[in-house]
Design a protein around this ligand. Structure first.
Ligand code: JHZ
Length: 394
């Protein structure tokens, strides 16, 4: 049975940045999170149609951060060294940040956002402009054979029907092929109070416990888990076909499951406690912003991340508190944040001497941004975050 534990209110499509003439017809849905007592999976109670989120206008551009460029380069090199895959498939290849490190002759990609599938097709990587399904997996197998490595970053948690996804993967792997995917960790979200990991795209937030259950019933088995710092704390899951006896199960799998159990991720009470923490976070953030505003400070936000859509819409923050949001992504600049309609501007135009306080929307890139904005900090500029609790820092 699925039990609801968190209600983040009416929310728009997190990555659908708007022009002014689109304000009146904006789509909203109820953003609520549920816990499935049988599989232990945390999911949204209402899924948004995939075509509404992932289409030719998809705004999230993975290569906008140096941290992520290095992350995927290092991973590609390590995988080549350790597993020596020949046939490689990436599900959700975005702008090619990962596949660019593999041979186009033996690498295939799947990417339903056609602005990005066009880009990687132009880079000579055969990219199917479709959603990953068992139906598409039949075509991929017929045209390219089975795969030694199937990889997906920040994509599997977007897919509503996990059984179909994992069945499609199991059918497409070679006998000793491996399936590696990474997504935000439920444990880190709960520990850090980062409720903004929940938005339309994140249909599920995974624990290793839940993944073990769901992969298992689809013929797959986890053999390693890496804990990653990126995107606010993610897990990289390594899985193989159940019949693949070449690869042993490593201690990291049980270690992660034990850590999750000791936090209480199997029990509903942990989720109720999280919901109380989220409400406190909202009250603390709004009251800090209001006090700063009353003191005459100019407040902006830094990074129009999807996560900020959740925070600002849930907390009722609009341009009377936060004047604008700066972001480096060309397709976001000049548009307006979903729901709140706060303007998005380039940092070159908006991150200037007049700013006193910046809410750090891209809090997951805190180290990269602190490094880049030393001048702002030196002249007394302050940042605000809500992770792990609402605070100001410099
Ligand atoms: P960032 C997206 O989430 C959506 P978002 C998706 N669902 C997902 O799971 C994760 O990515 C992986 C900007 N920025 O990466 C760029 C600056 O302006 O946290 C981005 O718009 N200056 C696929 O959207 C935003 O901040 C900078 O110096 O929450 C960060 O978004 C840096 C470093 C970033 O992902």
């Amino acid at each position: 049975m699925k039990k609801e534990f968190l209600n983040l209110g009416r929310q728009p499509i997190a990555n659908r940045f708007l022009n002014k003439d689109e304000f009146d017809n904006e789509f909203f849905f109820d953003l609520k999170a549920t816990f499935d007592e049988e599989t232990k999976l945390v999911s949204l109670s209402e899924f948004v149609a995939p075509e509404m989120m992932f289409n030719e206008n998809y705004a999230y551009h993975a290569s906008m951060s140096e941290t992520m460029k290095n992350h995927f380069k290092d991973l590609a090199e390590n995988l080549q060294k350790e597993f020596k895959p020949v046939n490689v498939l990436e599900i959700g290849s975005n702008d090619g940040i990962f596949i660019r490190h593999f041979d186009p002759d033996t690498t295939v990609a799947v990417e339903p956002c056609t602005n990005f599938s066009d880009m990687t097709n132009d880079m000579e990587y055969k990219t199917y402009p479709n959603f990953w399904t068992t139906k598409l997996s039949n075509t991929v197998r017929q045209e390219h054979g089975t795969m030694d490595l199937i990889y997906a970053a920040n994509c599997i948690c977007h897919i509503h029907d996990l059984d179909d996804t994992f069945t499609a993967v199991a059918r497409t792997l070679s006998d000793d092929g491996i399936f590696i995917f990474e997504d935000p960790s439920l444990l880190r979200m709960m520990e850090r109070g980062s409720y903004d990991q929940l938005y339309d795209e994140h249909a599920h937030i995974f624990s290793v416990i839940a993944l073990k259950n769901i992969l298992n019933r689809n013929g797959l088995e986890i053999f390693r888990v890496d804990n990653l710092n990126v995107h606010g704390g993610s897990n990289r899951i390594y899985a193989k076909l159940k019949g693949n006896h070449y690869q042993g199960i490593e201690p990291s799998v049980e270690d992660n499951i034990l850590e999750e159990k000791s936090f209480g991720l199997e029990k509903f009470e942990a989720y109720e406690a999280f919901a109380n923490r989220v409400e406190k976070s909202k009250n603390d953030l709004v009251s800090m912003l209001k006090t700063l505003k009353q003191d005459g400070k100019k407040i902006i936000a830094y990074g129009a991340a999807s996560k900020v859509t959740t925070v600002f819409n849930y907390c009722g923050i609009d341009d009377s508190l936060v004047e604008y949001i700066t972001d480096t992504t060309p397709s976001k600049i000049g548009k307006y944040q979903p729901g709140t309609h706060i303007p998005i501007v380039s940092p070159d135009d908006g991150f200037d001497e007049s700013v006193d306080v910046a809410y750090l929307g891209a809090w997951n890139f805190r180290a990269e941004i602190m490094n880049k904005e030393l001048n702002y900090l030196r002249r007394g500029g302050k940042f605000i975050t809500h992770v792990p609790q609402v605070m100001m820092f410099s």
